[in-house]
Design a protein around this ligand. Structure first.
Ligand code: C2E
Ligand code: MG
Ligand code: MG
Ligand code: MG
Length: 292
């Protein structure tokens, strides 16, 4: 009887819910087609050491080259596929595309670790480490130390035991982890200590606003202090200006990524950027300016 009523109640809301569900499935379907048609791309954003200006790595970021709407950012399509099997499929495409690109760069003498973002569900899917191992075996030219996985702080904290397990199994393959968007996920210090993470990425929102907002500055300062105490390297995201850079160097954070250094770019643009970067003396001489 209750079941009957439940079903009736459901039917009252049916047209709307049905429509929502249908729309969702249609949008997912479009992402699936994009993946199948090869409309996804990776762009790369350089990471530098502000003590001396050396380029230390790249972050690979996914884009959808949409036939009508142009280049779409991940926020426009990753949330749509969250929770579906497409999430892992897209994640594997990204991993393979990054390995392929690494192979091309190694062939032309560019040797930089590439950071790949891994979605929580993908990392925690159980078979992730095994599948990653299989994938890497198909790219023997690319050493494991040139692939780094970025995991959201919130993901690692959601199920710490499962995250630890998956991360440790990847470490056996020689893969290191960075913890992404640090400061947004309420990690406890205990947990941070447990995680096999060799880079802490301070979330861009704090860095971007730290010069105007004392609270954000306090967060950035605390993360730098803590990371130094744990002897973990850290990288500041969202470095948009030289003022950001100078402040970070003074606080003891030397690794950085942000629009002020470079916007994410297609692979073809990287060799030229690397050459031009050498001439950007205001950035490459930063350690001299910052020292007292
Ligand atoms: P994220 O991993 O924290 O990546 C940094 C994001 O900040 C990128 O946005 C980048 O373009 C942007 N950014 C870099 N420097 C600056 C700056 O100075 N100022 C500002 N305002 N923004 C800056 P994007 O490419 O739109 O990516 C957004 C998020 O989507 C990423 O955040 C990451 O969580 C996710 N994502 C991107 N690619 C992938 C992927 O291949 N797989 C998965 N699972 N997630 C991805
Ligand atoms: Mg990232
Ligand atoms: Mg981030
Ligand atoms: Mg982010």
């Amino acid at each position: 009887r209750a079941k009957q009523r439940g079903r009736n109640t459901f039917h009252l809301f049916d047209p709307d819910q049905d429509r929502q569900l249908q729309l969702r499935q249609e949008r997912r379907q479009r992402v699936a087609e994009a993946l199948a048609r090869g409309e996804l791309r990776l762009v790369d954003q350089p990471q530098i050491d502000m003590f001396g200006g050396r380029v230390v790595g790249l972050e690979a970021l996914v884009r959808w080259q949409h036939p009508e709407e142009g280049l779409l950012a991940p926020n426009a399509f990753l949330p749509i596929i969250e929770g579906s099997s497409l999430e892992a499929q897209l994640g594997e495409w990204v991993l393979e595309a990054a390995l392929k690109q690494q192979r091309r760069w190694l062939a032309c003498g560019i040797e930089l670790p590439v950071h790949v973002n891994i979605s929580p569900a993908h990392l925690l899917s159980g078979t992730f480490p095994e599948r990653l191992g299989n994938l890497m075996a198909r790219y023997p030219e690319v050493p494991a130390r040139l692939l780094k996985l970025e995991v959201l702080e919130s993901a690692a904290m959601h199920d710490i035991q499962a995250a630890l397990d998956a991360m440790r199994r990847c470490q056996v393959l020689g893969i290191d982890f960075a913890i992404d968007d640090f400061g947004t996920g309420f990690s406890s210090l205990t947990h941070l200590r447990q995680l096999p993470v060799d880079l802490i990425k301070i979330d861009q929102s704090f860095v971007r606003d730290m010069l105007a907002d004392p609270d954000d500055m306090a967060i950035v300062e605390s993360v730098i202090y803590m990371a130094n105490r744990f002897r973990r390297p850290m990288l500041a995201e969202g470095v948009e200006t030289l003022e950001h850079a100078r402040a970070l160097v003074l606080m003891g954070c030397s690794l950085a990524q942000g629009y002020g250094i470079a916007r994410p770019m297609p692979a073809e643009a990287l060799p030229t950027w690397l050459e031009e970067w050498q001439q950007r003396h205001e950035w490459t001489a930063l350690s001299l300016q910052a020292s007292p």
